[in-house]
Design a protein around this ligand. Structure first.
Ligand code: UDP
Length: 193
């Protein structure tokens, strides 16, 4: 059961819970989107109905931010621990490497995304990198075609919020073989550092 804060949904699932659900959904060829929710996004959603809709229409709204945890405790909710965007990405990378799902990396500056991939390959040597594109690519149609041709099943989109969520919403139908979409904000910068 999802919890709701000022009209914004948050999933009480842990990292493992989300991975279990993702495995089932992938087996059924269902696409999933993961969005990180923090108090800042909850506040933005109050003023911008489009942001609220983007969050609530995602498959998994993860409780990124200690503020959500506190709110859940006050409401006697069931969110036990934070599920951060960067840690969720790390769990997904491990899952992708172990279960052989090709990954695409889209976003951040060229040197950031390439360095992040190099560090990720060091940590997960068996990972299959389907491809990558920096976040300043202008030809969206060409990019979507490149991602389709890459055979990616999981994509991390690092354009900042809500740009990355809007990109996912616009393109997920066309990318019908990509089953997991996570908007990861500045996470490529974290992995590259
Ligand atoms: N970015 C990008 N293309 C853009 C705008 C931003 O690739 O048109 C990248 C930027 O280089 C950085 C990330 O998106 O790597 C933004 O991270 P930020 O921490 O601002 O996002 P947040 O987590 O706050 O949403």
């Amino acid at each position: 059961m999802k919890e709701t804060y000022l009209g914004v949904d948050v999933s009480p699932l842990t990292y493992e819970g989300i991975l279990t659900e993702l495995r089932k959904r992938m087996a059924n060829h269902q696409q999933s989107t993961i969005i990180a929710v923090n108090p800042e996004k909850v506040m933005t959603a109050q003023k911008d109905p489009q942001v609220k809709e983007l969050i609530n229409n995602s498959t998994f709204q993860i409780a990124d931010g200690v503020g959500i945890l506190l709110a859940s405790k006050l409401q006697k909710g069931s969110i036990q621990s934070r599920v951060t965007g960067v840690d969720m990405m790390e769990r997904l990378l491990k899952f992708a490497a172990e279960e052989n799902h090709p990954v695409y990396f889209y976003g951040a500056k060229e040197e950031v995304v390439t360095k992040a991939i190099s560090k990720i390959k060091d940590n997960f040597p068996s990972i299959k990198v389907a491809g990558y594109t920096n976040g300043y690519e202008k030809d969206e149609a060409a990019l979507v075609q490149r991602i389709k041709d890459s055979g990616a099943e999981i994509i991390f989109v690092a354009l900042g919020s809500p740009k990355q969520e809007l990109w996912i919403k616009r393109n997920m139908n066309a990318l019908n073989n990509v089953l997991v979409f996570q908007g990861v904000g500045g996470s490529f910068d974290v992995f590259s550092g």
